[in-house]
Write a protein that binds this ligand. Sequence first.
Ligand code: HEM
Length: 412
Amino acid sequence: MSQSPSAPEDEGVSTAVKHALGWLVFGNAVGLYLSVLLLVPSWQVGEWTYGRWVPVHLNVQLYGWTALPLVAWLFSMYEVGRSKSAAWAPAAVWGWSAALAMGALHWLGGETGGKIFLDWKNGALWAFVVALVMLWAVLVMAWKERAGGWTKLKRRVSLGGLVGLAMVPGVIILTASPKTYPPVDHLTGGPTGSSLLGSSLIVVGLMLLLPRVVAGSGKGRAGWGTWAYFGFCWIFFGVAEAVGGTHFDWWQNFSLLLMPPWAWLLARDWKGFSWPRDSRFWRMAMFGWWGLLVLTGYLMYFPWILDRIKFTQGLVAHSHLAMAGFTTSFCALLAVLLTGRRVGGAASVTLWHGAVVVMILTLAAMGWREGAEPSWMLLKPDWREMGLTTRSICGIVMLSVSTGWLINWKTR
Ligand code: HEM
């Protein structure tokens, strides 16, 4: 089901990427403001407290910066740009952004379901559901027109994709409801090892799919062993998830031990494809962060580490490793592959990753101390202020770099 990247003039794809970059800039500005509020709490504006800005920062980075490149990918896979529904694709992206903007206003107004990354409630929830349905309708229209010319396999897989996507609005309504609960590790209140494995395997699936759908050419080096291991991981996930447990149970720990081999397996697979030159930096960065993520993610799950850094800045360090490091690299790479245009030059990309590294190391060090002795945050104000200031400086760098990416994208 190999397919050439969308033409640069594909309006739907380029609108989705432009909006994604716009949300990245806004999300970073909010992140920077949050980090400054910790240093100067008097900079709070009215009732828009730190706690109200946090879901804005998180959701804008997830539903804006991370999700919209995936929307662009869907447009490309379903060949929306070559169908009569092409004119509707930018409208679907605008609908998505409008729902997210409405969400931000709701969260700032204190209207939230209270679930992290699933804060959608009332009007904002329904606006997002409408945006999802609109996007789905655009894909269905394109499928009906284009699928006749595709191979049988692509026709079936893409139809399966539409069936799966049709369930997303319902899943969002259900999971955002305060009445439903995900499986949690009862000792930490966090996700179980197996549920972390499940969400990581979705990312592995996307990384197996990406080169097969958008890379220039090549077959990849994932032999039967890789596919069998992928299947085994899913089966283990299903069993461990059904059994449940905590981070003291070997099967929950083993769930995460299944991830580090993917650092090597995926890198080996991707070597079997040929890639556009402009994608090199982001590919290297993505695999660097991916390796770090699966390794540190595994180590962090050991009770003597998890119990120490849970609810400290250490966990915020992990989140930024995952999202500002890995996910950002994945999304930027996707943007480059789908449009054939660069996201940043060598200098700005290096600056971004340098700032993320410094931010993560600072937060991890603070979290480690804080976990041993929470009063350290109060008793050592100089160290605390220095750490928080360092994070703000990194935020200024990241905000400036991402603003440059957006401006270049719009003017080129
Ligand atoms: C300008 C750069 C950034 C700054 C200064 C910044 C700052 C912050 C701050 C202060 C928090 C703590 C919120 C809390 O108290 O719970 C936070 C949390 C978070 N940020 Fe950022 N951020 C930045 C960029 C990003 C990016 C690019 C992403 C994702 C693509 C991201 C994803 C997250 C996530 C997932 C959390 C939740 C952490 C947790 O609760 O474990 N941030 N950020």
